[in-house]
Design a protein around this ligand. Structure first.
Ligand SMILES: C[S@@+](CC[C@H](N)C(=O)[O-])C[C@H]1O[C@@H](n2cnc3c(N)ncnc32)[C@H](O)[C@@H]1O
Length: 332
């Protein structure tokens, strides 16, 4: 079992196997953790112990245990994973532009498609972490089946990381923080894991462009799920039934989600010592992505008016991705 660089989520003490292949113990506080017997994934989840606001972690965990997202349907080998991932601009550009030798964490990796894809490249180390064990089992089973060497998976609550501060060159968290009780606190927690000069990539639901999804959800709640074809993805012929169901559940039956704006995420960046570099869509008016876009190069972050206009434009045109936006920052 590879515990290199992994520490106790409670006291940051070193971890060591205490019973071969089944248990891990902290050498400092003595806390014991199990290893999943089916997959070999270390189970290092620790509760938030939030004192205020209702903690949604257990509800979210239970939800994704039933409906792991995004699911591997129609992706049966490393070759198909590569072909499918490279069709998407974001995954392909990331793979091409992550600096050589980088240590990468995907916080909230779900079933691990992105982590496994990035792990296909030899000179990087990727960690995929999530709270949902069934998702991690799918991720690890795909990894083992395809002998992907540069990625490993573990169960971790992003509010209780199992890494020391400044352990990663890049931390990615796509579509995760808006499913937590404290998205800004979650950002702070994973932001600490980025090395100085390293990068963070955050994907969140947008308060403007999520409105069409909210309207469809209200329609489904009122009239039943038979109107599913109102969602563009659920009409797509190329998508398998399992994947469609995972998307439907994630978008319309999720027990908790919050929505955010460009200005809000830029505020988190500033507070936690990150400078804004790039975004999808770009928050400054009339700036578009080129096909050879440099993800990690500084772009204008735009004015408040720019943000309003771009987000309104997204509301009118950006429905396909469920009203999602991504920002990339560099730690000062
Ligand atoms: C919508 S899925 C996104 C999965 C993947 N990032 C993607 O883009 O396909 C959200 C994931 O966040 C995970 N998650 C939610 N709260 C978390 C937490 N506190 N720590 C770690 N993962 C969490 C869920 O288990 C779920 O797998």
């Amino acid at each position: 079992m590879d515990l290199d660089g992994i520490v106790c989520p409670q006291c940051f003490g070193a971890l060591k196997p205490s019973e071969p292949k089944t248990k891990i113990a902290c050498v400092q506080c003595g806390r014991q953790f199990l290893v999943d017997p089916d997959s070999g994934v270390p189970l290092l989840f620790l509760d938030n112990q939030f004192s205020s606001a209702e903690d949604v972690t257990e509800r979210i965990k239970a939800f994704y245990e039933k409906t792991p997202f995004p699911d591997y349907e129609l992706v049966d080998s490393a070759a198909t994973l590569r072909i499918k991932s490279e069709r998407g601009f974001f995954a392909r550009s990331l793979d091409e532009q992550i600096p050589h030798g980088a240590r990468v964490l995907e916080a909230g990796c779900g079933t691990g498609q992105l982590s496994n894809f990035l792990g296909l490249t030899f000179d990087r180390q990727v960690v995929g972490a999530d709270i949902c064990l069934n998702s991690l089992r799918m991720a690890e089973s795909f990894r083992q089946k395809n002998d992907i060497q540069n990625v490993r998976f573990l169960q971790m609550n992003l509010f209780k990381p199992v890494f020391r501060p400044e352990s990663f060159d890049l931390v990615i968290s796509n579509g995760v923080l808006h499913h937590t009780s404290d998205p800004c606190g979650g950002f702070r927690s994973i932001g600490k894991l980025v090395k100085k000069g390293g990068h963070i990539i955050i994907g969140l639901y947008n308060a403007y462009s999520r409105i069409p999804t909210d309207i469809r959800r209200a329609i489904f709640n009122l009239f039943g799920d038979r109107f599913r074809s109102l969602d563009y993805r659920l009409r797509e012929k190329s998508l398998g039934e399992r994947k469609k169901n995972a998307w439907f559940m994630d978008q319309y039956k999720n027990p908790h989600e919050s929505k955010h704006t460009f200005g809000e995420l830029l505020g988190w960046f500033k507070r936690e010592g990150f400078e804004y570099l790039n975004g999808i869509p770009k928050p400054a008016l009339l700036q578009n992505f080129s096909s050879d876009e440099k993800l990690f190069v500084k772009n204008a972050e735009g004015s408040g008016l720019d943000h309003f206009l771009v987000q309104t434009w997204q509301l009118l045109t950006g429905d396909r991705e469920g009203g999602f936006f991504i920002m990339i920052g560099r730690k000062r």
